[in-house]
Structure formats: C-alpha cells, structure tokens
Write a protein that binds this ligand. Structure first.
Ligand SMILES: Cc1cc2nc3c(=O)[nH]c(=O)nc-3n(C[C@H](O)[C@H](O)[C@H](O)COP(=O)(O)OP(=O)(O)OC[C@H]3O[C@@H](n4cnc5c(N)ncnc54)[C@H](O)[C@@H]3O)c2cc1C
Length: 449
C-alpha cells in the first residue's frame, strides 16, 4: 500500500508517525511518502501557540521523551487573566491545569517551532521519507488510486492521499471544491521578546508559576473596543534567557502579509495607544515599541526576532473529511482550521481506525484493502466531525470579541464575560481538553462491534 501525505506541518508529521508505527506490522509492503512545499524543514519558523492537554496527550503517544522536553521548555500556563483596555481585570479562566488532566502536564505556551522540531526528530529516527521543495498542484482521483501532480511536473500515484496541507489546502480544493476557507477579517501580528522587556509588575511573581494558589496569571489577554492584545511567558526562564510572546489581533480589510514594518508599527500604536494595565502603566505600548525596534535591527535570518503577520481564516464546516472511496482524507487545518492540539489527534485516530479495518480484512482472508479504506474514511469523519464542529463554533464566538465594537457592545462584553469568568466551572474545558485519542478510538470501535 502506498500512502502520500501532502504537507508536513504538525498534522502531516503526526499522521506520518502513527500510520508508520501502527500499520507497518500489518502491511509488509507499506510505503509512506510525505511531500512539503518548503525547501527544507520549517525549523525556527512561526510564533507561539497554546498547546492544550489533549494535544500533549497525543504527543505523549508519539514519544514520552518529546513530551517531557516540550513540557520542560515551555511555560506551564493553567490560567489566563482577562482584562479590558482600561486596566480592569475581568477575571481568571482555568485553561488546562495538570491535576485536572493528569499525565498530560497541563496547558503550555510554547513556540510552534519547538513542537514541530520535537516531532520531526522522532520521525527522523523512524526513517521517514519526507521530500522537500515539492509543491503539490493537483490531486486527481483515478479508478482505485489517486494521482498527485507536483509543480516540477512529477506525477505519483497512491492508494491513499492525506491532505495535511493547511488552511488553504490544495487537496481539499481537489476533493471538496465547494468548501472554502474565508478570510475572517481579523489579522494577528506578534513576536517574541526577552522577559526583560516586560515590566516586573507583569512578570511571574514566582518561578515556577504557582497556578494553584496564584490569584493572577502572567498570561494576559486584554480586550478593547477595537481589538485584542495578549502576552505570555513562553518559557520558565528569567533574565536574558526568559522569553515572552506578544500578539495583537484586530479587524483588517486585507489578508496581505507583506506590510512595511513602519505601517504595522503605526497601526499598532494607534490602536493600543490608550490601553493600560491595572497599575495604569502603558505596558502594551512598551511591548510594541520594543518588538518593532527589535524587528528593525534584526536580519531576515534572525527569525525569532521578527514580527509575524497571521491572517485568521474562517473554515467552513465540512460534511465529511473523506472522499466516498476513502482514498482522499483531510487532517489538521485543511479539515477544520483549529490549530495544533486538534491537528495532532487526527493522525492517531485515523491510523488506529485503518489498522482495525485492515485487521478485519485480513481476518476475512482478503488482501484487497478497498473496503478497509472506505470504512476507515467513514469512521474517521464520524469520530472527528462532531468534536471539531463544536470546537469550531466556540472559536468563531471568541473571534467575535476581537472585532470592532460599539460603546454598548463593549460594556455588555465586559459585563457578561466578567460574569461568565466568575461562574465558569473548572470542568468547562473537559470535553475539549480531556480527549484521549486512544481511549476514544477504542470506545468508538466497541460501539460499532
Ligand atoms: C511555518 C508555520 C508557522 C506557524 N506559526 C504559527 C503561529 O505562530 N501561531 C499559530 O497559532 N499557528 C501557527 N502556525 C499554524 C499551526 O502550526 C497550525 O494551525 C497547526 O499546527 C495545524 O497544523 P497543520 O499541519 O494542519 O497545518 P500547517 O501548520 O499550516 O502545515 C501545512 C503544511 O503544508 C505545507 N503545504 C501547503 N500547501 C502545500 C502544497 N500544495 N504542497 C506541499 N506542501 C504544502 C505547508 O508548507 C505547511 O508546512 C504555523 C504554521 C506554519 C506552517
């Protein structure tokens, strides 16, 4: 059986790992090839993200040592502090405390690059076949196979093609042409700065941050009437080694990422000029000025010092992630656009379902995997869609709070969001964060038996 994976972001890498590990003992002639448009691994590229307990759980299924290193090098962040732009603390929200999601280590703020590099390292020891500088331009279903065409003219044929090629997926466009990812009208701008650029009053008051007893969080999310500004430590180091991520999200008419830094600076300062911390300090303005200066003084190669512009996309809810014959599948952002934690689950779920279906075929003395692919594709959609749809709906609601608001809308948001934060139960994220991909597959298959 020949499997082609298009894209080697976190979805593509995790899919590769699990398919290889779970299917190799079952399929002697298994061949997996991953193709990536980047010229080389995207080491060092990207900003910061929150890795939720469910994502950490899946990474632990990949490698306990990768999981341990990610926990160790990130910032354990079990609460977010929400404020408004006038310096009022609206409340604290528990995110993913380690004791609520045991074995995961709890939510961490981390660089996307570090997570990617840890998973890539596991794949390298597995001998994964990753082909760089290979941009897929077309995916065409054939009778009993799928043809993949590259920008350099090469054409390969596979039994199964997995589209892990991100929010603007070419595989999705080929298999589900009516589905679109639309620019949401929000753009995030951000970067990484040293902890010393953050006023002491905003830094963690103790290292490690005492998430259980602290009545504050150094991960601060501030909402104004014309956007949002966040900052958080991304490691637990102090002094020159400490790092903070900052990001501003606001409405924009354009998804253009190629904006002169002076224009970005002008817009950010204009937007956040009156935003203050509870102490009345202009912390946000200070962060913007530092981040802009750092960017201007850095070279193109000093990626970690440069400002990133990331447009947000609204991904249409799909009816299915599998073609009817199960030979084309979508994973990660190409299917749901919900980032790293959900993306990492997709690969495990599908690989385990396909392995089960192949075992069934073998038990029936069949070496034709046509039905196995078809059934596994259907099951994959059945398992993933209800979960993803729910999370996509919650993300769409949260995005609305970052848009421009009238005076009245701003007041209502502060009031109702404050109320929500006061009464939100500890269990609020259980269905999202408590997901254990292996247990879920087992339960699903039992329900089908
Ligand atoms: C370089 C980079 C930096 C990022 N930085 C951040 C960040 O700072 N904050 C954040 O929240 N999220 C960031 N993300 C997105 C985040 O990593 C994803 O939302 C999440 O991990 C889900 O990943 P994915 O693998 O589904 O998609 P992605 O991470 O988008 O990966 C898709 C991969 O497919 C490749 N690809 C796309 N089209 C083709 C094609 N036609 N042929 C071959 N390959 C193709 C892309 O080059 C990419 O490597 C970043 C993604 C990338 C690729």
């Amino acid at each position: 059986m020949k499997i082609v994976i298009v894209g080697t972001g976190i979805a593509g890498l995790t899919a590769y790992h699990f398919l290889h590990r779970i299917l190799s003992p079952l399929i002697p002639d298994l061949e997996i090839h991953a193709y990536e448009a980047y010229k080389s691994p995207s080491i060092g590229i990207g900003g910061t993200l929150g890795l939720a307990p469910n994502g950490l759980y899946t990474i632990k299924l990949i490698s306990e040592s990768a999981h341990a290193r990610i926990l160790e090098s990130g910032f354990p962040c079990s609460k977010f502090e929400f404020r408004n732009s006038k310096g009022k603390v609206l409340g604290l929200m528990p995110t993913g405390p380690p004791d609520r999601y045991p074995g995961t280590g709890g939510e961490v703020m981390h660089s996307r690059a570090a997570i990617y590099e840890e998973i890539l390292r596991v794949l390298e020891t597995q001998g994964a076949q990753i082909h760089y500088n290979k941009t897929v331009t077309a995916v065409t279903p054939k009778d009993g196979a799928v043809e993949v065409t590259f920008a350099d003219g090469e054409v390969v044929e596979a039994d199964l093609v997995i589209g892990a090629d991100g929010i603007k997926s070419i595989v999705r466009r080929a298999a589900f042409p009516s589905v679109e990812a639309r620019f949401e009208g929000l753009v995030g701008v951000g970067g990484v700065i040293p902890t010393s650029a953050i006023p002491k009053s905003e830094q963690p008051r103790e290292i490690p941050y005492d998430y259980k007893n602290a009545n504050y969080s150094p991960t601060v999310m501030t909402f104004g009437k014309n956007g949002f500004f966040g900052y958080s430590p991304i490691n637990s180091k102090t002094g020159d080694e400490g790092r903070y991520q900052w990001w501003s999200t606001a409405e924009s008419d354009s998804e253009d990422q190629d904006i002169p830094i002076e224009e970005i600076e002008r817009q950010l300062l204009e937007r956040h000029k009156d935003w203050v911390s509870p102490q009345g300090e202009k912390v946000i303005e200070g962060i913007i000025r530092f981040g802009m200066q750092q960017h201007k003084e850095s070279s193109e190669a000093e990626r970690s010092k440069r400002v990133l512009v990331l447009p947000n996309y609204y991904m249409q809810i799909m009816d299915r992630y599998n073609s009817t014959d199960g030979r084309i599948l979508l994973m990660g952002d190409s299917a749901h656009g919900q980032g790293v934690s959900l993306a990492s689950e997709d690969g495990y779920v599908y690989a385990a379902l396909l392995a089960h279906e192949i075992q069934q075929a073998k038990a029936a003395q069949s070496s034709d995997y046509k039905d196995a692919l078809k059934n596994a594709g259907e099951y994959y959609t059945q398992m993933r869609k209800p979960r993803n749809d729910k999370i996509m709906a919650a993300a769409a609601r949260a995005g609305g709070m970052k848009k421009n608001l009238s005076w009245w809308e701003e007041m209502s948001r502060d009031f109702f969001f404050g109320l929500f934060l006061r009464f939100a139960p500890e269990s609020i994220h259980d269905s999202a964060f408590g997901y254990k991909a292996d247990v879920e597959v087992e339960n699903f298959l039992k329900s089908k038996a």
